[in-house]
Design a protein. Structure first.
Length: 328
């Protein structure tokens, strides 16, 4: 029968004390006479400071210690707020108030695009860029005006990707994808399943799109697709169908949370292959700000649609923790 060295090619190391936590590591503790390993923590949501202006379906960019939210409903908001990990502060407004918009980038260099414009609720193809102080209208508009679209949350002001949404005035779902190079938008390969209100994550060359509304009727999707820089591929579905969920992460580690129908609290984590349910939001809601969090180990759940509020929760994916091997 093969031993551990025969299988893995090396022996289990012995240590008098537990080494620095490193997920996947295994060792024998000679002091406690125990075989130990590092395992993934469970993760949990915790309350965080409230935003200043209650709203939902706004754009959200950055990371949990340096986040930016802008736009939203009610009132086709133009308000922009910055989070530093402990407080929210108001910053310069968007040039054009908007809701159901999307954004990507960082708290100091972001892009806002699409959505419904004030005061008429017309679908927009506007693009604005944020330099850390103020918004500037870009001369390059999106190829196709739309709202309820999704984006690769880790895009930059010189390399972004937006996809899906709804067409102007028709509520018809969109399958279009557009890429941003810092000065112009270009249509690239369509997604496989047209939808709106999907959850986006990733970069301009490695993106993820999960869930959304595919209609007609109360038809909420579990479909998930990934982008490789050239085309979209269908991958394993989520456990709970929904739209207008919050999202964060990459194509290998992502998180979706909340959503409609039913003001959901359900949170699911993607490991690059499949989805698993993890800890629920403290308060179930839909229309959260999309796209904050560099990975599935950290994220912000901000705001709420329907009866807009100031709720903020922060996700701690929990670092690897030491476990002892037991035999029963």
């Amino acid at each position: 029968m093969a031993d551990y060295k025969g299988i893995k090619g090396f022996k289990v190391q012995s240590h008098a004390s537990d080494p620095t936590v490193n997920e996947g590591q295994i060792w024998y503790n000679t002091t406690s006479y125990a075989l130990k390993f590092d395992a993934v923590g469970a993760g949990a949501w915790a309350s965080a400071p409230a935003i200043n202006t209650g709203r939902g379906v706004m754009a959200c960019t950055g990371i949990v210690t340096a986040a930016l939210i802008f736009g939203g409903t009610p009132g086709y908001a133009g308000e922009t707020e910055l989070y530093n990990g402990s407080t929210w502060s108001e910053k310069s407004d968007l040039i054009a108030g908007v809701e159901n918009n999307i954004g990507f980038g960082t708290s100091t260099a972001a892009v806002n695009c699409g959505g419904l414009l004030a005061p008429s609720g017309t679908d927009s193809n506007n693009t604005e860029t944020w330099d850390g102080t103020s918004w500037t209208t870009s001369p390059a508009n999106m190829t196709t005006a739309r709202s309820k679209l999704s984006a690769a949350n880790q895009g930059t002001t010189t390399a972004g990707l937006i996809f899906a949404g709804s067409f102007p005035g028709t509520s018809t779902n969109v399958d279009l994808t557009e890429s941003w190079n810092g000065s112009a938008w270009t249509e690239v390969a369509d997604i496989n399943t047209a939808r709106r209100g999907g959850a986006g994550a990733g970069t301009s060359t490695a993106a993820l799109l999960a869930t959304g509304y595919i209609g007609p009727g109360a038809n909420f999707s579990t479909a998930v697709e990934t982008w490789n820089g050239t085309s979209w591929s269908q991958v394993n579905i989520v456990n709970t169908a929904r739209q207008t969920a919050g999202s964060a992460g990459t194509t290998t580690t992502a998180l979706i949370y909340g959503g409609n129908p039913g003001q959901q609290a359900v949170t699911e984590k993607w490991d690059g292959t499949c989805w698993s349910e993890v800890a629920d939001l403290g308060t179930g809601r839909e229309g959260l700000g999309k796209g904050t969090g560099l990975s599935g180990t950290s994220a912000l759940a901000v705001g709420k649609d329907g009866s807009p509020n100031t709720l903020t929760e922060v996700w701690d994916g929990a670092p690897a923790v030491v476990k002892t091997v037991t035999v029963s």
